[in-house]
Design a protein around this ligand. Structure first.
Ligand code: PLP
Length: 346
C-alpha cells in the first residue's frame, strides 16, 4: 500500500470513486451503462430470488444489474452501510421497506410531518393491510415513547422533515427503540443526504433516500434507495424487489451515479446559498417566520443538519438535534389540510 491508498478516503474521493471499477474487458474507467435485462450466468440459476442459491453473478435485471450495482456500492460507501438496494423512486423504496418489513397486526410509529406521498401511504394504504399507524412529533421523545406499543415494529423518522425542516434526534430515538424492543428504526435522510447525516452511525437500522433529490442532483432521473445491514437487505431484495418489482432503470442509475460524484461540493454550495436566502427573507418586512434550522431565529433547539452532524462527530456521536420544545403540529397526516411551512402558526 502506498501513502495514498493507506489513508481512509475522504468523502469527496468516495463520492467520485466508490463503487466504480475499471471494466475488465474494455478497460473503460467510467461506469458502463449496461441496459441488458438478461445475463448469461456461469452456473444454472433461476429467475426466482429463492433459487439463486448463493450465486452472486447477474441473471435477470429485476434481481440485480451491473450499473445499478455500481450505484448501490457507491451509496453504501457514502452512508458507510453494509448494503444498499436501489428502487425506481423514493416512494418505491419507502413502500418496499414498509411492506417488506411490516405485517398484519403490527404497528408503525411515524413522524407527523413527512413528505406528502409517505404521509398518504401510511394513512391510506397500510391500514388496508391491517398495519396500524401512529403519527407523532419525532422531536419529542416523551411523545414517541408514549406512542410505542408492544406491537410496534418500526419507527419511521423523516429528518429534516419535508416541508418544515424539523429535526429529530436519531441517536436518542434509536436508543429508545432498543430499550422498547422496537425492531426497526428507519430514517428518511433525503434532505440531509449522506454529506450532512449518517443515520446508521447514530444507531438507525435503515436509511431511505429519494435519489431524485440531492443525490441525483440534476432533476433528470427518479430513483430511491434503502441502506442497512446485508442480511436484512438481502431479505428485502427477495420479497420487495423481486416480487413487487419496482427496480431502478440502469440508465437512471447511470445518471444518478454521475450526479452523486459531485454531491459533496453541491451540498456545500446548497448550504451557502440557502443561508443567504434565509437571511434575506428573515430581514424582509413581509415575511413573518422562516423555518430553516441554520438560522438562529428558528425555534430553539433546531439546528442545521450539517452542523448537528459535525458536532455529533466531535462530541462522540451525539447529534445536536433534540428540540427544546415541540413545534406546533396540526394533523399532518390529513394531507387535504396539510399545512406547509408558511401556514404554520408562529
Ligand atoms: C423526504 C422525501 N422522501 C421521499 C420522497 C419521495 O421520493 P420520490 O419523489 O423520488 O418518489 C420525497 C419526494 O419529494 C421526499 O421529499
Amino acid at each position: 500500500m502506498n501513502k495514498f491508498t493507506n489513508r481512509k478516503r475522504g468523502v469527496r474521493t468516495t463520492a467520485i470513486h466508490a463503487g466504480e471499477a475499471i471494466d475488465p474487458v474494455s478497460r473503460a474507467s467510467s461506469p458502463n451503462l449496461v441496459m441488458s435485462s438478461t445475463f448469461a450466468p456461469t452456473e444454472v440459476a433461476g429467475f426466482s430470488a429463492r433459487n439463486r442459491q448463493g450465486y452472486e453473478g447477474f441473471v435477470y435485471a429485476r434481481l440485480s444489474s451491473p450499473t445499478v450495482k455500481q450505484l448501490e456500492d457507491k451509496l453504501a460507501a457514502l452512508e458507510e452501510a453494509q448494503s444498499c438496494q436501489c428502487y425506481a423512486s423514493g416512494m418505491a423504496a419507502s413502500s418496499a421497506l414498509m411492506l417488506g418489513r411490516l405485517s398484519q397486526g403490527e404497528h408503525l410509529v411515524i413522524s407527523d410531518t413527512n413528505y406528502v406521498g409517505t404521509a398518504e401511504l401510511v394513512r391510506d394504504t397500510l391500514p388496508r393491510f391491517g398495519i396500524e399507524v401512529t403519527p407523532v412529533d419525532m422531536s419529542d421523545l416523551d411523545m414517541v415513547e408514549g406512542a410505542i406499543r408492544p406491537q410496534t415494529r418500526m419507527l419511521w423518522v423523516e429528518t429534516p422533515a419535508n416541508p418544515i425542516m424539523r429535526l429529530a434526534d436519531i441517536e436518542a430515538l434509536s436508543l429508545l427503540a432498543r430499550a422498547k424492543k422496537v425492531r426497526d428504526v428507519v430514517v428518511d435522510s433525503t434532505f440531509a443526504s449522506p454529506i450532512a447525516t449518517r443515520p446508521l452511525a447514530l444507531g438507525a437500522d435503515f436509511v431511505v433516500h429519494s435519489l431524485t433529490k440531492y443525490i441525483g442532483g440534476h432533476g433528470d432521473a427518479m430513483g430511491g434507495a434503502v441502506l442497512g445491514r446485508k442480511s436484512e437487505l438481502d431479505q428485502l431484495n427477495l420479497e420487495a424487489t423481486v416480487h413487487y418489482g419496482g427496480v431502478l432503470s440502469p440508465f437512471n442509475a447511470w445518471l444518478i451515479m454521475r450526479g452523486a460524484a459531485t454531491l459533496p461540493i453541491r451540498m456545500k454550495a446548497h448550504e451557502e446559498t440557502a443561508i443567504e436566502v434565509a437571511k434575506f427573507l428573515e430581514a424582509h418586512r413581509r415575511v413573518r417566520r422562516i423555518l430553516y434550522p441554520g438560522l438562529a431565529s428558528d425555534s430553539p433547539g433546531r439546528r442545521r443538519p450539517g452542523a448537528g452532524q459535525a458536532h455529533g462527530r466531535e462530541t462522540g456521536g451525539r447529534p445536536l438535534c433534540r428540540l427544546a420544545r415541540p413545534s406546533p403540529q396540526p394533523d399532518l397526516l390529513d394531507t387535504d389540510r396539510r399545512p406547509y411551512a408558511l401556514d404554520l402558526p408562529a
